[in-house]
Write a protein that binds this ligand. Sequence first.
Ligand SMILES: NC(=O)c1ccc[n+]([C@@H]2O[C@H](COP(=O)([O-])OP(=O)(O)OC[C@H]3O[C@@H](n4cnc5c(N)ncnc54)[C@H](OP(=O)(O)O)[C@@H]3O)[C@@H](O)[C@H]2O)c1
Length: 328
Amino acid sequence: MQYNRMGSTGLQVSRICLGTMSFGNSEEWMVEIDKARPIVKRALDLGVNFFDTANVYSNGRSEEIVGELLKDHRDSVVIASKVRLSTGEGPNKEGLSRYHIMDQARKSLKRLKTDKIDLYQTHRWDYSTPIEETLVALNDLVRQGMVNYIGTSSMYAWQLAKALFTSDRLGVARFISMQNHYSLCYREEEREMIPFCKDQGIAMIPWSPLARGFLTGRYKRGGKADSPRYRSDKYFADRFFKPEDFDVVERAEEIAKEKEVTVSQIALAWLLHKGVCAPIIGATKVEHLEDAVGSLEVKLSSDDMKRLEEPYKPHRIIGPLPLPEPAS
Ligand SMILES: NC(=O)c1ccc[n+]([C@@H]2O[C@H](COP(=O)([O-])OP(=O)(O)OC[C@H]3O[C@@H](n4cnc5c(N)ncnc54)[C@H](OP(=O)(O)O)[C@@H]3O)[C@@H](O)[C@H]2O)c1
């Protein structure tokens, strides 16, 4: 395994992070603890020490599975979770108010069977809470020892800039990482967010690095896409599968053949060569995890990188929450 410092901190994380949105039972494509157990075991055996979950994944079931499967390894793993999205009906059940953050942090700790979350991330911008309130609440969690570091997820670059300068102005903890949407099939983050993160020493830990499985080459142009994830992941079919997406995956296939590796290894190696700290991969089988770890051995030349990037066409923005419509 290779390890990287997380941004400008001293924290060391494996260059492959195991995402656990696939652990749970809220959609057909997800796996329960019996199938998650061998995946987590293999990850630990291969030296993966970085695991990502969120309070909302399968209504907390993902955190429970992660807590159960990592409880005997707590001192050697880095557990990341998130807060922001809706956890129920009614007021104060979502967002980044002090009220919701404190409530959810306690519940996440309980489900995760731990007394600290290593990386606590805000899971989208909250337009209705002042960023000062959010950052002070997060800083209090750090001071109380419930959280080690704070990070964030998909937003516009101006919002991250605002959060960082607010932290500096208040003298409170800064976000150390950006969990954003970035893959060979979705590169809009290269415009503003990625240069900004590099400038600020923010670790980039992209989600859906294989475009939810599209970048494995298993879905063919003109073929019938049919898998549990394709059927039950409401975001999947609509985001990829355009002719220009197939141009990208077919180019990756060409290079995978030349190097005798898998298409997904080419897609992950491309990200690793772009300077991301650790892609957050999704797995529903042990082989997915093993395949991802194998990408660390794949070397791409600057010519390979150019060829992989050449077919890309700009996409609509997928990730940051748009500004709410002004009330009329
Ligand atoms: N912050 C956010 O807003 C956000 C959003 C999305 C995700 N995430 C995080 O990112 C993690 C990863 O997201 P993701 O699941 O979309 O990631 P992904 O790595 O792009 O896709 C994973 C899926 O690809 C397929 N796959 C992986 N390796 C394969 C292989 N070798 N051969 C064939 N198929 C393979 C599997 O699909 P099948 O299961 O269909 O076989 C797997 O579930 C999540 O678990 C979560 O932690 C965060």
